[in-house]
Design a protein around this ligand. Structure first.
Ligand SMILES: Nc1nc2c(c(=O)[nH]1)N[C@H]1C(S)=C(S)[C@@H](COP(=O)(O)OP(=O)(O)OC[C@H]3O[C@@H](n4cnc5c(=O)[nH]c(N)nc54)[C@H](O)[C@@H]3O)O[C@H]1N2
Ligand SMILES: Nc1nc2c(c(=O)[nH]1)N[C@H]1C(S)=C(S)[C@@H](COP(=O)(O)OP(=O)(O)OC[C@H]3O[C@@H](n4cnc5c(=O)[nH]c(N)nc54)[C@H](O)[C@@H]3O)O[C@H]1N2
Ligand SMILES: [Mo]
Length: 799
């Protein structure tokens, strides 16, 4: 019997009040002691001391729990720190290990119409869902339902429609074992409708890298950071989203590597870092609140200017080679292992500097200085995240990065390579396990051989196509393995309307979220164990799962905490329950055996998925194992020709018409995607509220607006047919902030309604979350509250 539910901690009663918005000075240094104290305070207020200590001490340790936060790797060879700690990992754990609960009584006390008015902050802070619940047409409340009955209800809906009207969404926290079973379920039912959060995240990276270098994953290991001469961090905010990466970067810098940040925002974590795990880092933050420099150079680029930057760098590398033949281009590599170099060199022979400066907002000498660094670098790593993946020309931008790396042979040698830094802790693993709407035939053949099923061959919907299918009324059953699709995707109002017309929505979740309250006509919420929960109610005893990090390392993860309810099932148990109800107990696939003993799942994976031979033994090794990576391991490229490809793209950038800015959407320091840990975006100095737009003070003046003015935001999108469509998001406060000129920033997901569904990256179909043309309309009413005198002066002085 669990003792925990008795020590309930209360959830916030009040929702966000945007009048409480406070704006202070942005910080110039990340982490330090403050990070430790915030992390501990959050953990203890959610879960108490004992549970927090228990969860934190097993985090990212061998044999412990893989952090449910980000996908930045742990060292496989080096020593582990006593606590593999970061503030936001601790918050992720606090969020999951909370002892607050959402019980049947809770659902009875809160009708759906009330829940529709709540923000994600309030919903998520209510606690862990303890029992399966259902909402039938006409119901005003969710009410309890037994597991067996829930699965039967789902089977009724799935079996009453055609497979291509069912959609199986996955969020990237799902472990390998669940992901494998879940894609097998979709394919056994007869559909490849397997959209995932990756479609909205790093799909552009895969689309650029697979055809050019034969693999859609990063080609560096953590050890490469110990050897690189130059490390670029482009379109990424590691201080918030991958905090452990800052230790890697400062270690590299201390050793002599040159680190360059490219970003429209001067993110605190890119500038300065006080390592909360090192005594000197703590001491430094105690003495002067500061830390150690992270980036030697900061290029404040305009949103969408990176294609121009990397074309210019390519041009300058080639010019340097001309000036001193044989010193820059890795001729031997280019000749033996690549193709397309001649046309690339021809395309980059000239450069329009005026266009380059306009596109990037950078000066020629800044770009030339970076190019000189690259010229002298024996090993360059280029890291990137969402600042490069969510724009119309993202795939071209990323191919341009591949070009720049190829020129100097920065693949398959120490200290060099491409490093797309993944988001969700297992988003990369889910893809490896076959969660993909466009599966390669070899995967389907493997599944068919192993299980005797006939997988469908037709491609399914990605996330954006799912949104469009919702809009057309083409979805009868929507199943969500984690995540919060309603809030994560673009065009919120259109999506929510479509979702509500769907026959059945099924959410496998840990906590309440918006997708639960803009549900289908019938809706099921199936509560599940999280990564930190003990998973031991199986005939064969306790089970563990496994995950893949950003650098293709597979390792195990074992939950240690007592679950908040005895009603929770693990994700594999839930998939097996669904499968047995839908496909019958005599189906070819042994679903129950897999749910009872995860070794059985891993044995199947070992036979179907390349690189997983002997999975069960190797995953039990102390440091797990590394998947094969041809560019990294052997400098070889699994493209059709067996060579890496140089590519040529025309110059393109984002330019707003007069009176408009380019809006990008970012995460605050106190959220995990659509989950809000709190309301303190500490590094940017914004707290208490979230409906803000960060605008350069000179742009504010040019546009005729004032700091702290309340406005409605209107986005403008011109479709392929030339027609212009507008979307609105009301009541945002403009905040004067030192972002690059011509651009502005708002938080995800508040701004998602502004992103038209057709605003996507070409080829990858990823929503253009960092490419929205907007203008502001003053609210007729006066600002609800005026800034205090001290705040006003801070704001004036910050730019
Ligand atoms: N604590 C915490 N950790 C997380 C998450 C979280 O929400 N909270 N989310 C996880 C997930 S799923 C993901 S995918 C990652 C996301 O990790 P990030 O990609 O770091 O996340 P974003 O907040 O979207 O920040 C994008 C960064 O790119 C910059 N940027 C925007 N547009 C451009 C551009 O055109 N060019 C350049 N050069 N830069 C640009 C922005 O200013 C910002 O610094 O983090 C993961 N880790
Ligand atoms: N405007 C804008 N929109 C974006 C982005 C952006 O940068 N800007 N980024 C995009 C990106 S990169 C991503 S990855 C997506 C994120 O999209 P999602 O992955 O769909 O969203 P999350 O907010 O991570 O999902 C949170 C929910 O997951 C559930 N959950 C948490 N842990 C578990 C678990 O262990 N098991 C199960 N079954 N459920 C669990 C909880 O109920 C919680 O409410 O959003 C995308 N949307
Ligand atoms: Mo992501």
């Amino acid at each position: 019997m669990s003792l925990l539910p008795r020590i309930r901690r209360s959830a916030p009663v009040a929702d966000i009040d945007e009048d409480d918005l406070r704006v202070g000075e942005p910080e110039t240094s990340a982490a330090g002691l403050k990070a430790v104290s915030v992390a501990l305070e959050r953990g203890i207020s959610q879960a108490g001391v004992t549970r927090t200590v228990r969860a934190m001490t097993s985090l990212n340790h061998r044999g412990g729990t893989d952090c449910p936060g980000c996908a930045w790797p742990e060292s496989i060879t080096g020593p582990r720190k006593p606590a593999e700690f970061c503030e936001n990992g601790a918050k992720a754990v606090a969020e999951e290990s909370t002892t607050r609960t959402v019980t049947p009584e809770w659902w009875a006390a809160h009708p759906i119409r009330e829940l529709r008015d709540k923000t994600e902050y309030w919903l998520g802070n209510q606690g862990r869902i303890t029992e399966p619940v259902v909402l039938r047409p006409g119901d005003e409340h969710y009410s309890p339902i037994g597991w067996r009955e829930a699965f039967a209800l789902m089977a009724e809906h799935v079996n009453a429609t055609s497979p291509d009207r069912c959609v199986f969404y996955t969020s990237g926290r799902t472990a390998n074992e669940t992901a494998f079973m879940y894609q097998l379920l979709a394919r056994s039912i007869g559909t490849n409708n397997l959209p995932d959060c990756s479609n909205m995240c790093h799909e552009s990276s895969g689309s650029a890298m697979t055809p050019t270098i034969g693999i859609g994953k990063g080609t560096v290991s953590l050890e490469d950071f110990e050897h690189a001469d130059v490390i670029l961090v482009v379109g990424q905010n590691p201080g918030t989203n991958h905090p452990r990466m800052l230790s890697t970067l400062t270690d590299a810098r201390r050793r002599g590597a040159h680190v360059v940040a490219v970003n429209p925002l001067p993110e605190a974590g890119l500038l300065n870092f006080a390592d909360p795990q090192s005594p000197t880092g703590i001491a430094k933050s105690l003495v002067d609140g500061g830390g150690e420099t992270v980036a030697d150079d900061f290029l404040q680029i305009k949103v969408g200017g990176d294609l121009a930057l990397f074309q210019a760098l390519g041009h300058l590398l080639l010019r340097a080679e001309e000036a001193a033949p044989g010193t820059v281009v890795d001729r031997e590599f280019v000749e033996s292992s690549t193709e397309g170099f001649e046309s690339y060199a021809a395309a980059r022979a000239d450069l329009d500097w005026e266009a380059t400066e306009r596109a990037t907002g950078l000066r020629r000498d800044q770009i030339e200085r970076l190019a000189t660094r690259l010229v002298h670098s024996e090993g360059t790593i280029i890291c990137w995240a969402l600042g490069l993946t969510q724009q119309p020309h993202s795939v071209d931008t990323l191919r341009e990065i591949v070009n720049v790396l190829l020129v100097q042979g920065n693949f398959g040698k120490p200290g060099a390579g491409a490093c797309p830094v993944r988001g969700h802790s297992n988003v990369q693993g889910d893809r490896t396990m076959g969660i993909w709407e466009k599966p390669v035939p070899a995967l389907l053949d493997g599944l068919d051989d192993e299980f005797g099923i006939s997988s469908p061959r037709e491609h399914g919907y990605d996330s954006t196509e799912t949104l469009e299918a919702f809009e057309r009324g083409d979805v009868d059953v929507f199943v969500s393995m984690g995540g919060n699709f309603a809030k994560a995707c673009s065009d919120t109002d259109v999506l929510e309307k479509g979702m509500q017309r769907t026959g059945l929505t099924v959410h496998v979740s840990t906590k309440p979220n918006r997708s639960h309250v803009v549900h289908g006509q019938t809706s099921l919420i199936l509560p599940t164990l999280g990564r930190t929960d003990r998973d031991d109610r199986h005939p064969g005893g306790a089970q563990f799962v496994s995950v893949e990090d950003s650098m293709s390392v597979i390792r195990s993860s074992t939950g240690r905490l007592e679950p908040v309810s005895e009603q929770l099932l693990s994700e594999p148990q839930i998939v097996a329950g669904m499968a047995e109800a839908i496909l019958g107990h005599h189906h070819e696939v042994g679903w129950r055996a897999m749910a009872d003993d995860y070794d059985v799942i891993r044995d199947h994976i070992a036979r179907v998925i390349p690189g997983f031979t002997d999975y069960n033994r190797r995953v039990r090794q102390k440091s797990g194992f590394v998947l094969p990576n041809p560019p990294r391991d052997t400098r070889s490229f699994a493209t059709a020709s067996g060579r890496a490809h140089f590519t040529v793209a025309p110059l393109e950038w984002l330019e707003a018409p007069a009176g408009h800015l380019i809006l990008q959407t970012v995460r605050s320091h106190d959220q995990y995607n659509t989950t809000y840990y709190g309301l303190d975006d500490r590094y940017r100095g914004i707290s208490g509220g979230r409906r803000v737009i960060l605008v350069n003070p000179d742009d504010l003046v040019d546009l005729g607006f004032q700091d702290r003015q309340l406005v409605d935001v209107v986005s403008v999108f011109t479709g392929s047919d030339g027609a212009t469509t507008e979307r609105r998001a009301d009541e945002f406060r403009l905040v004067s902030y030192p972002t690059a000129r011509g651009c502005c920033a708002a938080y995800f997901p508040e701004a998602n309604n502004l992103v038209h569904r057709e605003n996507v990256a070409r080829e990858s179909n990823t929503p253009g979350f960092k490419a929205v043309t907007v203008r502001f309309e003053p609210r007729p009413s006066a600002p609800r509250s005026s800034p205090s005198a001290s705040e006003a002066s801070t704001a004036a002085g910050r730019a």
